[in-house]
Design a protein. Sequence first.
Length: 581
Amino acid sequence: MSKKHIIVDPITRIEGHLRIEAVIDENNTIVDAYASSAMFRGIETILKGRDPRDAGMLSMRICGVCTGTHYARSIEAVEHAFNVTVPKNARIVRNLLQGALYVHDHVVHFYHLHALDWVDIISALQADPKAAAQEAFKWSDNPYMVGEGELKTIQERISKFAKQGRLGLFANAYWGNKHYKLTPEQNLIAVAHYLQALDMQRDASKMMAIFGGKMPHPQSIVVGGVTCVQDIQNPARIAQFKSLLNKHRNFIKRAYLADVLMAGTVYADEALDGTGAGLKNFMSYGDFRLDDTEFYKAALLFPSGVVLNGDLSKLYPLDQNKIAEDVSHAWYKDSKPLHPYVGETEPEFTGFEKKEDGYAYLKTEGKYSWIKSPIYDDKRVEVGPLARIVIGLAAKDENITKYATNFLAKLGKTLGLGKAAPASVIFSTVGRTAARAIETELMADVMMEWVDELAANVASGDLSTWTEFDFDSVSKDAKGYGMAEAPRGALGHWVVIKDGKIQNYQAVVPSTWNAAPRDYKGRMGAYESALIGTKVADPDQPLEILRTIHSFDPCIACAVHIIDTKGKELGSFKVNTSCSI
């Protein structure tokens, strides 16, 4: 059997640095795959010996995208250790901040990171703007800003850049690849919304800044509550947030959902045959507290749990004690799988394997990534929007079921099935992308209710934003965890405190769960598993690899190692983590 080795390095349109190596057979079908990150994260080591109340400000630097959610999880871990429950206003504000991150992140992901895996920009130049404007009504009863005149203006602008050879961010892509399936008119609609989504990105950032103080790296969350007292007491600030949210919600319903429905219909064959399904084991920590009971006993917008083998009839309860990280194939000193409370971050970089053709390949039989391999109850699982939708369906959650079945009904109609599309289509690359859009619509609608809830609570006279606690009495020896959902999936921070200082700290992030290498049993991570069985139209243009990997929305941050495309080390950096501030 003839096999070919494909290296995609770096994977672009993501946060951070990711390398994918895939092996294809004589039919151009992927039979093996490896995911590797050449980026080391040392925040856990830096946090040791520090005041636990400072952990949030430092740990948010893990990522330049999901800064606020790392910030919140870190604060919650310390609150859990101190047994602190925040006031109602703080709970709602934190929900709004996290929700704003969701609607910002998901829209940006689809249009500016993932859409170009489905949309051929050059094909859009051949479209008839009038026909494209009519096409838009197939996907939405009220299409978003894609009239004939608007589409013609956008087409002319892109055409002018193309003729001058100045496509900018649209350059150096796989245009013309036969696995692009949208018509020129459909491509033109998506290009228009791509450009309009840039404005949406700015407005969503404004939402986060209203209660967060700034964006990125908000600063209004503290152990015990929030500090944006004047903002929640000012009706104009709350009204401004609601106005921006309503604008974003309008775009989500009239553009984002419509474009995902359009792509889902055109690529329905890949959804139906399960291309990119991967592990089919899903986990969600649950998120967005809906009441003010003790933190891990509150009702949640997104339920927690585990679904195995794609079986929606069974939902297993989540037990954080069953979480561990394995480093058998990661560049850390060997140890058995460890729970985050006792987790270790001891680097041991063993490098790449040199080949005669001049390129460096991963040492796939040994260590080949800076990402550890998390396991739940000794199983590999996928996390993220798809996991949250799957868990919600398995839990028979009313909200999630309503929004998911509504989308499946629309998909069934556009496919001419005479009934809703089967739920099994979500177990695919297409389904993973659709799940994110379904979740975004749900989030935007629920946030409108939360804004009104905050305004009403403040108007009633409740101005409390912080729960007082005695640091000296609660911080001597304690441990806690902050477990919730980042836009990309299950995010947990674990802290162990001794004599009022951080003794150990571990963060297990969504892309750790999904982008991880093999574990101690040789089992694949979610990225690797999802690529198996994918057919590549052109090995020199592995569009299909990008499409599936991007469907997870990779977020991999904090590099200290720099290598070139052939594995040569360009520089090394040493960070002194023992100094005090």
